[in-house]
Design a protein around this ligand. Structure first.
Ligand code: ZN
Length: 265
């Protein structure tokens, strides 16, 4: 039966991973990633060498996703939402299934051998950071800003204001819920004092903005807001560093921090 063939590939991969790791224990997510890779390797092999058998096996693989990427995700979400929920082995399957698909998509390479032989260090071989970035990548739908026109600085200022408002609508955390006249007055003052900065990407789309205040003494600045709704926090910070120059001491004011002020970088 096709189910048994897939099951056999899964268990054979477990055996192989145990042997290649010198019988060392491997964390569950990593060992299940190995087993799911075994299934994918079998599917690819069957597609090339016995294409008539492929549809039935592919059908099993897709049907099993309903559990691994369906009900098992519910099991995992329930555990994440409530620390009292008991550990269940199925909680490992969603991440392992996705990691296997992601790793398999990069094609043949040394990575497969390295993962199977990694034993208790198995998790280091999974593309977890890569997958997290992928999940956080939200499409930036904002329109590109035209080049600045030195003849008409007011127009540029209002464009910046519009970009900040659109960013805030997406970013939440306070400002988008304030009264419009207060919101406008605060940002207008920042623009007049030149204590606001909108960061653009290569297509000149706004990716985030920051505002700051300057203390009476010293050449430092205190960041009062950093908003980057599309996951470009680091790019915003780098652009801001360049804009402010590295000499200025930069402090960030975190609303939810006990220490109120912290060195930003
Ligand atoms: Zn397994």
């Amino acid at each position: 039966m096709p189910d048994d063939v897939i099951c056999l590939a899964h268990e054979a991969a477990h055996v192989l991973q145990t042997l290649m790791s010198g019988h060392g224990q491997m964390p569950p997510v990593a060992r299940e990633t190995c087993a799911f890779l075994g299934e994918l390797i079998l599917l690819e092999h069957v597609r090339e060498t016995a294409p008539a058998l492929f549809p039935a096996l592919a059908c099993v693989w897709h049907r099993e996703n309903e559990a691994y990427l369906g009900t098992d995700v519910d099991v995992l979400s329930a555990a994440l939402a409530d620390p009292q929920v008991d550990y269940h082995y199925r909680q490992n399957y969603p991440l392992a299934r996705l990691a296997a698909i992601r790793m398999f998509s990069q094609g043949r390479g040394d990575w497969l051998h390295a993962l199977f032989g990694a034993g208790h260090k198995g998790m280091r071989h999974l593309p977890v950071a890569d997958m997290a970035n992928l999940a956080a990548e939200v499409e930036n739908y904002l329109p590109p800003l035209p080049q600045a026109d030195p003849e008409r600085p007011a127009l540029d200022a209002y464009r910046s204001l519009g970009a900040m408002a659109l960013i805030d609508i997406d970013y939440w955390e306070g400002p988008s819920q304030t009264r419009i006249e207060d919101y406008y007055a605060v940002l207008l003052r920042h623009l007049q004092e030149q204590t606001a900065f909108v960061a653009l990407n290569e297509q000149r789309k706004p990716i985030g903005y920051a505002t700051w205040t300057k203390p009476a003494r010293g050449n430092g600045v205190i960041l009062t807001r950093q908003a980057a709704p599309f996951g470009n926090h680091l790019a915003l910070q780098r652009a801001l560093e360049k804009h402010l120059g590295t000499k200025a001491e930069v402090l960030a004011r975190h609303n939810r921090s006990a220490r109120q002020q912290q060195t930003a970088w």
